[in-house]
Design a protein around this ligand. Structure first.
Ligand code: ADP
Ligand code: MG
Length: 727
């Protein structure tokens, strides 16, 4: 057995759960390390407090003087909790959060030190941004970027550092991060949705997009994970024979959570409580060592920050418990991968969930308005929405019968399908009084009752209505939610804006408001039929039908990403003030490049492992067999032909696999070299996908066969059963 594997297994087997002390009751912990309203009231003057609150509620600006006061209070609060440093915390397009720590202390002229944290330091900083991806923005425009405070997401303490959530933009104003376009998208949906809301309630001033994510992940013992170069470098296994025990195992094996994992979760939940992330652990793992975490939903910007923060915290808590946390969408072949469901809705400042059916026909007409507009938006921009979840990892999941297919469709359930069917039959133009009564009481009025029993969920749908929200189920577990939420909210904002224009046009022609709304909605239902699908999304029939409906079906990232820069998408982002063309194209390039790099790295690592681990081990075992054959020949002479038959077969088989690995790794390397010469990013990504990636499966097959043939004692790579079933 390889020394690394042996040591790792020994280490893992001897692990005890890391106990931690539950300090206080959960309720006392919640938000204790967040500069929230409670702590602001304690540490800020009433003017400063009002300033921050108005900035959060109404987006008002905070002037420099006020910022100085806020910084002072924030610093006092942080220092009272033992904080020594502060950092601007932001989400560059690398997919991990970034921070640059500065001490609160600065030396004075006399060689002593003073505590310093001014409004200027709170509001703006200039990180050394040259190493963050920018997709050519900085070549075209300005070389430097800066981070700027986002007061709508509260500052928090992690360790001994005060973290200030910020946006990251270039000096010419182009967004270099995930947060900036998201904030713009949230502003645009607020405006568009508020205007439509006022058809129903004049008091609505603000509409907030809400997000409740569900995060899936794997926990693997860190010694075992580190003994595998593929997991350590790519976050997934590139080879490994599926374990005899898989997820088909009887439930009770997973019924109780291993105590080490439980300790990790408790510790993690406590960290989340301190940081104000309202999570509840769930234990409904499908695969061995797979778990899920979900919070109570929040305003989208905050929810996105909390998810990014959580992913960091999960790694850090994992270190304490000797776990490596895997967020990869498909870490193990033959085992269910991980996703991140994004539950999405819209809420008014008057306390109404716009996607929850109401109690009266009036509130239900409002519900139907938002419900149908959301459907229409997805129907119009389905390819763009698909592009929002593209990534090398997610390519393994989408369409693999464990996650929704690469086709975007909407499931709404039997009852709402009936409601839409009836609405569609409304005669056009002015409604007769009977029709109106009929519609309002018999169609619209009935919604609350029927939805109470909305249990017919469809797990195979990518975008499912679940009673009072839509659940976007195709998001990858490693993704930043901002991408999909920016795109979804922008699409729906545009749709609501168009809806308003159409309804107003009918009203100006003397049509009654309700009639106008019904008329426009009826047309929308007709136009959106292609996106509604209630059947089995995993079936081949659906793929065929989706094609006849004209729905896109991009199975790989390079193809899916193209929709991001077609004219329709560029126009959308520009019109809604979410991203200008330069920003959209830059992001598209960054994502393409990231895809290419990932496949490139995976190819290299696989080649290395196959040649440096698998082949030498196979040869060693083969040599043992050869010695054995020689011995048999010596002893049995003539009789050997019969007795040594199987050994000879084995030796030949091993030789064939070694040859297979060697030649395919060589071909793959040549393919990489050829593709690397290309200049065009799109072409390069496509060829990495079509020319390089197919070798992975072929090489893997040879390696996995050898794993079955070679003596377990000398096999160097930690096996699936050890990775997945070590508690
Ligand atoms: P499941 O999908 O597993 O059945 P739930 O229906 O309880 O679970 O909710 C899943 C997620 O949806 C939770 O994270 C929850 O906070 C979130 N959620 C519930 N209501 C809303 C809403 N109005 N807007 C956004 N997310 C919501
Ligand atoms: Mg769910």
């Amino acid at each position: 057995m390889g020394i690394l594997r042996f040591e790792a297994l020994k280490e893992a087997a001897n692990r005890e759960p890391v106990h931690f002390e539950e300090k206080n009751k959960k309720s006392n912990l919640f938000g204790a390390n967040v500069f929230n309203e409670h702590s602001m009231k304690q540490y800020l003057t009433s003017d400063a407090f009002k300033g921050v609150r108005d900035a959060i509620r109404y987006g008002t600006k905070i002037d420099r003087k006020l910022a100085d006061y806020i910084a002072l209070g924030m610093k006092e609060w942080a220092m009272s909790k033992g904080v020594t440093h502060y950092t601007h915390w932001f989400q560059p397009l690398t997919g991990v959060t970034a921070e640059k720590h500065d001490a609160f202390f600065e030396t004075d002229m006399e060689g002593g030190s003073v505590e310093k944290f001014s409004g200027g330091m709170l509001v703006q900083q200039e990180p050394d941004a040259s190493s963050f991806p920018n997709g050519g923005i900085r070549n075209t425009f300005e070389a430097r970027g800066y981070t700027a405070w986002d007061p709508t997401s509260p500052a928090f303490i992690y360790g001994t550092t005060l973290c200030i959530p910020t946006v990251f933009v270039s000096y010419t104003g182009e967004a270099l991060d995930f947060k900036t376009p998201l904030l713009r998208a949230l502003t645009s949906i607020d405006q568009a949705a508020s205007e439509v809301c006022r058809y129903f309630d004049k008091n609505v001033k603000k509409v907030t997009a809400t997000l409740g994510w569900e995060q899936e992940y794997f926990l693997i013992d860190s010694a075992l994970a580190n003994s595998r170069p593929d997991i350590a470098i790519t976050g997934r296994t590139l080879l490994g024979h599926t374990s005899a025990k898989g997820q088909q195992l009887d439930d009770h094996y997973f019924g109780s959570i291993p105590s080490r994992a439980l300790m990790y979760m408790r510790d993690l939940e406590e960290e989340c409580m301190l940081l104000g992330i309202p999570v509840k652990t769930r234990h409904n793992e499908v695969a061995p060592n797979q778990f899920e975490l979900a919070p109570i939903f929040e305003e989208t910007n905050l929810a996105v920050d909390h998810n990014s923060l959580l992913m960091d915290v999960m790694h850090k808590v994992g270190e304490r418990h000797n776990f490596k946390v895997l967020f990869h969408e498909k870490p193990f072949k033959g085992v269910n991968g991980s996703g991140k469901h994004n539950n999405w809705s819209l809420a008014t400042d008057t306390g109404v969930n716009l996607l929850a059916p109401g109690k009266t026909p009036k509130s239900n007409l409002q519900f139907l308005t938002f419900f149908i507009n959301a459907i229409k938006a997805v129907s119009t921009y389905e390819a763009l929405l698909r592009s929002s979840i593209a990534g090398a990892g997610n390519d393994h999941r989408l369409g693999a019968n464990e996650a929704p297919p690469a086709v975007i469709s909407i499931f709404i359930g039997e009852q709402l399908t009936k409601v839409l069917d009836e609405l569609e039959t409304v005669s056009s133009g002015k409604l007769s009084p009977e029709e109106k009564t009929d519609l309002k009481l018999n169609v619209v009025g009935k919604i609350p009752d029927v939805l109470l029993d909305n249990t017919d969920r469809n797990r195979t749908s990518s975008f499912a209505f679940t009673g009072n929200k839509f659940e976007f189920r195709a998001v990858g577990s490693s993704a930043n939610c901002a991408n999909s939420m920016t795109i979804l909210n922008t699409m729906v904002a545009k749709q609501l804006r168009d809806f308003k224009v159409e309804v107003d046009a009918l009203i100006s022609k003397d049509m009654k408001k309700d009639d106008a709304i019904f008329n426009v909605l009826r047309e929308y239902i007709k136009q959106s039929r292609n996106i509604l699908f209630e059947g089995d999304g995993y079936s081949d029939e659906w793929e065929a039908e989706a094609a006849t409906r004209g729905l896109s079906n991009f199975k790989t990232t390079p193809r899916a990403l193209k929709a991001r820069i077609d004219q329709k998408s560029l126009d959308l982002f520009e019109e809604m003030n979410v991203m200008n063309n330069v920003e959209v194209i830059a992001r598209y390039e960054i994502e393409l490049e990231e895809y290419t790099k990932r496949i490139q790295i995976e190819g290299r690592v696989l080649g290395d492992i196959a040649r440096n681990h698998v082949i030498p081990t196979a040869i060693r075992y083969q040599n043992t067999l050869i010695e054995n054959v020689k011995g048999l020949k010596e002893i049995f002479g003539e009789e050997f032909a019969e007795i040594g038959k199987e050994q000879i077969v084995l030796i030949r088989e091993i030789s064939a696999h070694i040859e297979g690995i060697n030649s395919k790794v060589e071909e793959m390397t040549q393919a990489r070299k050829q593709v690397n010469k290309l200049e065009d990013q799109q072409e390069m990504a496509e060829l990495y996908c079509d020319l390089v990636k197919p070798y992975f499966d072929i090489i893997r097959k040879h390696c996995d066969k050898l794993e079955l043939l070679v003596d377990d004692e000398i096999w160097t790579m930690t096996k699936y059963r050890e990775l997945l079933f070590t508690k």
